[in-house]
Each structure stands twice: as C-alpha cells, then as structure tokens.
Design a protein around this ligand. Structure first.
Ligand code: MF3
Ligand code: CO
Length: 249
C-alpha cells in the first residue's frame, strides 16, 4: 500500500524537511580536516532536539547515531566514531528528522580539504543522478523511469550503481512503500501519482557495484574499496510535478 499524502500532511513533512536541511547546512560548516564524525553526530543531535525534532535514525533497529557518516569507500550507514576526517576524504552525511508524526530523509557527500579530480567527478555525478531522477517525477510516469534516469547518468559517466540498497516512500514511517531502485527500465513499474513522497537516493561507485557489510553490522562499503558517493532528498510528487522538500529554500 502506498500512502498518498494530503496537503496538510505535506505541510507537516515540510517542517521536518526544513529542520533536516538546516541541520545539513550546519554540518557542512563543521566539516573540516581533523573533525571526528561523532562530533558531527553530536552537533546534529543537539540541533534537532533544539528544533523540537527527533533524529529518525537513532534507535532504528538499534542504530546508535543521529546521522550516518560514511567516508570514502563507505557507501552508507557509517556509524559516527572517533575517526577524524582527513584532507582528501569524501564524507557522506545521511540524516533524518521526525516531528509532528512525520519523517524526512536526506544525504549529501562533502569534500574534506582538497579531493582528487576523480572524487570530485563522482560526487558531482551522484548529484546529477538525483536531478535526472527528479526530472521524471511527474504523475503518470513510472518508477522505472526514476531507476533508468539514475542508472543512465551514472553509467554514461563510467560509474556503477549500487544494486542492493535503494530509496523508499517516506511519511509517518521512515521507510514506506514503494522501494525506489536506482536502476530500471523506462516505462516499467509502478505508476507515479500525485501525493506520493519518495526518498530518492542514488549511491554510485567509481569501481564495481558490489558492496559488503562490515563486522559492526551497519557500515556498507564497496567490495573493491573504491570510492562511493550518496545524494538523497525527500521529494513530493505534486499534481504539477516534483517538489524537493529537503532543499534549502
Ligand atoms: N537514510 C537511510 C535510508 O534511507 C537510513 C539510515 S539507516 C539508519 O535508509 F539505521 F541509520 F537509520
Ligand atoms: Co533514505
């Protein structure tokens, strides 16, 4: 069952989304060489609480953090730790907020100091994949149009798409139906409808698409240890087309 949101529900989701994007901007300012990812986690936690929101991730299946911080070959779900960010790292920050009964979910991949040209291209491509996906998020298009858009952008730039993780519906639950795959075929799959809210989150790798889970039970890395980038927003499909809720306005 796919939840169709009313305009009142969208108004509430926008409140959650605004806190998430403000939080992300605050973290971006604090990302520099030498910062520990758990310091970023603390900043996020305190910010969310100060806004009356809860971190959606904390306690989710026992997840310990308020954010995920995934460095270099880490794809997603990196647990904040004493690890210090180094010059040349890329760090994926994923966060979600819960307030007024609704969740938001977003991710960005940031540069730490001077990063390689390859890393820069990968990160820029993850963002382009997201915007290609958004460009097809109109009522009556299909879920496969989203997957195709991401896959085509990634692969035409020589990057691979992670297959075993995907985006999702979002609302009263962080993960709702449907699954939003980052690969697929134009014109196939579920028909998009006005009132759907989807977290669209391309995860792309410089090397091969395969990923593994580390022994901490959370962190996902590329199997070949090549760099990975993640870009995510909570997107509302209005009758007029896509509205990115988790974007600074
Ligand atoms: N943003 C992630 C997602 O879209 C959620 C992180 S998993 C958690 O699935 F356990 F950290 F919450
Ligand atoms: Co998500």
């Amino acid at each position: 069952m796919i939840n169709i949101k009313s305009s009142e529900e969208i108004r509430l989701m926008q409140i959650a989304a605004d806190i998430a994007s403000e939080c992300m901007a605050l973290l971006e300012k604090n990302i520099k060489v030498g910062v520990e990812t758990k310091e970023l986690d603390k900043i996020a936690y305190e910010f969310m609480l100060s806004k009356g929101a809860q971190p959606s991730f904390k306690g989710y299946h026992g997840y310990p953090g308020s954010i995920c911080a995934s460095v270099n070959e880490e794809v997603v779900h990196g647990i904040p730790s004493e690890r210090k960010l180094k010059d040349g790292d890329i760090v994926g920050i994923d966060l979600g907020t819960y307030i007024n009964g609704f969740h938001s979910d977003m991710a960005r991949t940031f540069f730490v100091g001077d990063v390689s040209e390859d890393a820069r291209k990968l990160v820029e491509c993850a963002k382009s994949c997201f915007y290609e996906a958004v460009s097809v998020m109109y009522p009556d298009n299909r879920l496969g149009d989203i997957g195709y858009a991401v896959q085509n952008m990634a692969e035409s730039n020589g990057f691979s798409v992670v297959r075993t993780l995907c985006g999702h519906g979002i609302g009263r639950e962080m993960h709702e139906s449907p699954e939003v795959l980052n690969f697929g075929h134009k014109g196939k799959g579920l028909r998009l409808k006005a009132g759907m809210v989807l977290a669209v989150e391309p995860m792309i790798n410089i090397g091969k698409h395969e990923v593994i889970q580390l022994a901490d039970g959370w962190t996902i890395t590329t199997k070949d240890k090549t760099l990975s980038a993640h870009y995510e927003n909570t997107v509302y499909i209005s009758s007029e087309g896509p509205v990115i809720l988790t974007e600074q306005r």
